[in-house]
Write a protein that binds this ligand. Structure first.
Ligand SMILES: C[S@@+](CC[C@H](N)C(=O)[O-])C[C@H]1O[C@@H](n2cnc3c(N)ncnc32)[C@H](O)[C@@H]1O
Length: 252
């Protein structure tokens, strides 16, 4: 993708409440599967935070915790900072513009590493492997990752996802990867369909017309809308076969 393509993609998503499927309830559910003491001042990193949907959900439960929210794009971080000030979280949420494969964190510092709908940017296995060193022993990692919900599926959706993200797999295989890397899995659950349709795709569909007008119906804007529509169509047709799976694991 060119820099202009990235800018357009970020422009399309930056003012949304969230940049991927999910919900506060599911963020809280994943957090509850860790055995962390929420009353303590923990150190948390939220990698690929976007404009911070899950960052604020975490900060609301973890009242004494400092969260470092990392993203590659300044536009998302500026939006996150604005919301942090508006909601009085700015003393506990720090933003960091870095790539998730070149993090400048010290080793062994985090009680919890969080990443919703973002680890695919470097791959599930690589992300889990690279980030492990930043966790304390006994610390937790919680990531959501695109996952097949059944052992077999129609060829059309299999081909679509294999082309988009060949690391897509079943939960049992993903849990195997977690174990291979020396983590102890402590939980898995798939995101609900409402977390895709009501919280993510619905608001996207509502933005198409305004986005096209703002961009004078340029070819690039039209292509982006076409791609988003295709993704949504696929999800609506094949939603029984895939979702984001939430994986929670402990560094042992
Ligand atoms: C699908 S969005 C999810 C955002 C947010 N976690 C959410 O669920 O609303 C993926 C995020 O990963 C970020 N991202 C992409 N590549 C990245 C990289 N190499 N390093 C850090 N963040 C990256 C994007 O800017 C985007 O905010």
């Amino acid at each position: 993708m060119t820099e202009e393509d990235f800018k357009l993609l970020v422009d399309f998503h930056v003012n949304a409440d969230r940049q991927g499927p999910g919900s506060d309830t599911e963020t809280e559910k994943a957090l509850s599967l860790t055995n962390l003491d929420f009353e303590k001042p923990l150190k948390v990193a939220d990698i690929g935070c976007g404009s911070g949907a899950q960052t604020f959900a975490l900060a609301t439960v973890l009242e004494k915790t400092e969260i470092t929210a990392v993203d590659l794009f300044n536009a998302f971080l500026m939006q996150l900072n604005l919301k942090a000030v508006q909601n009085n979280f700015d003393d506990r949420i720090i933003t960091l513009k870095e790539s998730m494969d070149q993090l400048s964190f010290d080793e062994g510092v985090f009680d919890l590493i969080w990443s919703e709908g973002a680890i695919y940017n470097i791959g599930f296995k690589k992300g889990l492997e690279d980030w492990k060193k930043y966790l304390k022993l006994g610390g937790y990692i919680a990531v959501s990752e695109i996952t097949w919900l059944t052992n077999s599926r129609p060829k059309e959706i299999e081909e679509y996802w294999n082309a988009a993200y060949p690391e897509i797999d079943t939960a049992s295989n993903k849990l195997g990867v977690i174990e291979e890397l020396g983590y102890q899995p402590v939980g898995y659950f798939p995101l609900k369909q409402e977390s895709w349709l009501d919280n993510y795709y619905g608001p996207i569909e509502d933005r198409f017309e305004a986005f096209l007008e703002e961009n004078n119906h340029s070819e690039k804007a039209k292509n982006l809308v076409t791609q988003e529509k295709e993704e949504i169509k696929m999800y609506k047709q094949f939603k029984d076969y895939y979702s984001y799976g939430f994986y929670i694991a402990k560094k042992v």
